[in-house]
Design a protein around this ligand. Structure first.
Ligand code: SAM
Length: 252
């Protein structure tokens, strides 16, 4: 059931996200579920998807061209992206962007996305423009002049920035005030305290002979908290020891 206060439905969104893509249809359904959908309906976030082709100036609406210097593949042209930013932000001078505006290039060459970066964007930005590359990538002059943050969602190469834009949007929107609702919180999620989350169980207590740990059934909250911490530590040691060594923003 959607629990949205009427006052929220009329308020200005906490955050506006604009996505620049040559495949706007990619996003038709992807933000229509769960927390993101609820945040949209509650005016916590407004997400606009823009077709980069609409900003191409030539009669063929070209958004890519061959690379200077030769080589494989095509490169996304700078002009349509400059035109889109000009229209959305009123300027292509990065120094004139409003303070809480960030123009993000999704790129495998970017800074790896972490919970800390998502938190920082949720806290400090109110307008995100996400640029989705395709082919060999985007003409570097877009990075040089327009982009404030280059972000990668991991050390692998996708065919396009669209899935990365979805990942970044999801990671940020769920951290916006009230996005998670009262029934859940990001506080105990993985990475929030430098550890992975602890294991979770629900009914039935006995499933095919596999028992839920006894401690979770006894109602002793101090014991439950202690068990959860130990299990979170155990899982972190097993799957992500780098977090315990203080690497990747973990705790020491
Ligand atoms: N030639 C580029 C390279 O090796 O760095 C890869 C280009 S990739 C095929 C096309 C687009 O997908 C990129 O411009 C970027 O927008 C997006 N992309 C690919 N991998 C990504 C990643 N790990 N994180 C974020 N965006 C990614």
């Amino acid at each position: 059931m959607l629990r949205i206060r009427a006052s929220k439905m009329l308020a200005a969104p906490v955050m506006k996200i604009e996505i620049l893509t040559i495949f706007p249809e990619f996003f038709t359904q992807v933000f229509e579920f769960g927390i993101i959908r609820r945040a949209k309906l509650a005016s916590i976030v407004k997400i606009n998807v823009h077709d980069v082709r609409e900003f191409a100036f030539d009669k063929h609406k070209m958004t890519d061209d061959r690379p200077f210097g030769g080589g494989d593949g095509m490169v996304m042209k700078p002009e349509p992206i400059f035109a889109a930013i000009e229209q959305l932000l009123g300027t292509t001078n990065r120094d004139e962007y409003p303070k809480a505006t960030r123009v993000v290039m999704l790129s495998p060459q970017g800074t790896p996305l972490t919970q800390e970066i998502a938190n920082s964007l949720a806290k400090n930005a109110d307008h995100l423009v996400l640029i989705c590359g395709r082919y060999e990538g985007v003409d570097e002059r877009v990075n040089d002049a327009l982009v404030t943050d280059e972000i990668s969602i991991g050390d692998y190469v996708l065919s396009g920035g669209e899935p990365a834009a979805v990942v970044l949007t999801d990671a940020v929107v769920r951290l916006l005030p009230d996005a998670l609702g009262s029934e859940t919180s990001a506080e105990n999620d993985s990475f929030s305290n430098g550890l992975l989350d602890c294991p979770h169980y629900t009914r039935p207590a006995d499933f095919r002979g596999m028992q839920v740990p006894e401690v979770l059934l006894n109602g002793n909250h101090a014991e439950i908290e202690k068990w959860r911490f130990e299990k979170a530590l155990e899982k972190t040691q097993k799957n992500r020891p780098d977090l315990l060594k203080g690497e990747n923003g973990g705790c020491e």
